[in-house]
Design a protein around this ligand. Sequence first.
Ligand code: PEP
Ligand code: MN
Length: 678
Amino acid sequence: MEELRDKINNVDAQILDLLSERKKLSIDVIKQKEQGGKPIRDRDRERELLNRLIEHGRKRGLDTHFITKIFYEVIDDSVRTQQLYLHKLGNYSTTEIKQNTIRVAIQGIEGSYSSLATKKFFENTETEIVLVNKERFEDVVKSVENEEADYAVLPVENTTSGGINEVHDLLLDTTLSIIGEEVYQVKHCLVATEEISLGKLTKIYAHYQAAAQCSEFIKTNTNCGIEYFADTAMSGQRIKNEGNPSHAAITSEDAAVQFGLKILRRGIANQEGNFTRFLIAARKPVNVDLRIPAKTSLIMATSHSPGSLFEALSIFKKYNVNMTRLQSRPIMGNPWEEMFYLDFIGNTTDQKIQSLIDELGKHTRFFKILGCYPTIEFERTKLDADIDEIDSITYETDSVTDENEILKKKKPKIKTSYKFAGRDYKTDDTIIKVKNVSIGGDNFVIMAGPCSVESNEQILTCAQAAKENNAHILRGGCFKPRTSPYSFMGLGYEGLKFLVEAGKAYDMPVITEVLSINQVTEVAKHSDILQIGARNMQNFPLLIEVGKTQRPVMLKRGMMSSIDELLNASEYILAQGNRQVILCERGIRTFETATRNTLDLSAIPVLRELTHLPIIVDPSHAVGHRDKVIPLAKAAKVVGAHGIMIEFHPEPEKALSDGDQALYISQFEQLMKDLQKI
Ligand code: PEP
Ligand code: MN
């Protein structure tokens, strides 16, 4: 064992040496690019590099997902290093770069989230950071204005609790400029001086933002009062000093370690993806090299007349500029009037952005540019191997697309009893974005996985096979609607946990069925898409319930339902305000008994004419026998479906449900290759 561990340590050290060598080379590259004025990112080169690495790695037994995951990080780091190099060059004199101490003002003490974000932001600058700790945001800003500190790091918004009002109000009046941004994943922990059961706690110290972000945990697990604190780390320091074991605090893990506190519970925030965005401000604005992706922040007030905000915002559409944030704050002294805080992707030195700003200025009665700075929002080069191949093969897909164009414009002839689902209401195809997958429009999406989630290992194996073969979304039933009450009913919430973790491990959104109203809220918290099964297509109270969530819903056609009934069922969801509905044709009952159901392929062109909603075909449940799933999946693409849902299983003979229709992984692999050619 010792010997093996030594060998592993040795390999790890070599990996690090090589990464460091790679980093040095990427700086040499930017020095050359700097002279030639070439852009930093070369997508073709990145794509070519990734494809080559995948090929190389696969020969050595590494899977595609693992290779891309690692090299995405390596490329990110390389691009960041190069951007930082250019940014320094454009903004600081050599003496300033050599001055290796900078003073950064933050609200709070060492261990606070502001201090952690500061470390992250200045990590690569090779300078020593001295924190200037202040109690209030106002003092943080002032200390940079009066030169007590060089930079201010201010939290501006959080993905759970929203905008931080005080900071917005300070930005309005300050003379500082925003010179950068950082995003920090906030992982709140409940900490105490010693292990104690939650029921015995008598008081929790917490920053009011942290308490708001953990409100559900506090409400359901404790029955003690909260004492609010100006800073998360300070609340940890306080319980340490008090030494009362029945007092707890909400802090980061780092703060707990720093003060030698015990972590009672990790990850107690209402939602897992809890991020805070910080702005970095300085006295002098920075210039952002046009080769670095930049963001601009501004504040504006539009006139108090009808449509003035609309007119101002439509300028962004005119210039095709992407706005990343819009927040409003009341104007002090003018009740019911608002200041708008806007961020958009663009560089103020770019001619196009200057024209946009000039035009925007004409529609405002107050206008202030807060700063233009390198953005950390990063776009990764997509490896759309399948799309490349489709482009190179000229099948007769063009005529299908043209036909679809005509279908979109045609008005339905019949008077319908639904409104939101119809083309009359919305002519353009609805495109539903789930993480980085787009469903609808010209995309052909593959949802694949087992009928039921049966174990952690089973769903991980399926997720890996799905990912390796370029499927987009992982399916797996956790609550199963079975004909016999004695059949396997699914693993319930335990299965959901396995499914979601497998999706995360392989970077795929997941879809799973909800059977009853009381499952909706909990399943919607974790699953990216909710499925309504064929047996529930007309369970109207259930449709209303999923209509109240913000998750896309895939509605399967009932086995004895007409197309009109399907559209009316979708209307129940749409009418509740949830406009992200995907329809699914999964076979209907006919007199034919040779197949499980009869796949109604004619429903696809009919639906494409009647509705703008995306349509998925599920050949697995339609035909019921694995060999016949394959030709029907291909047919679905030809008739204009927006994607398919396919069941496969590592060992179909042992499947706990729908084994006969589950493809072997090898069959699935072949099908995915064949589909690329259509
Ligand atoms: C399923 O997709 O898991 C399922 C049960 O399908 P259907 O509702 O179409 O029978
Ligand atoms: Mn099934």
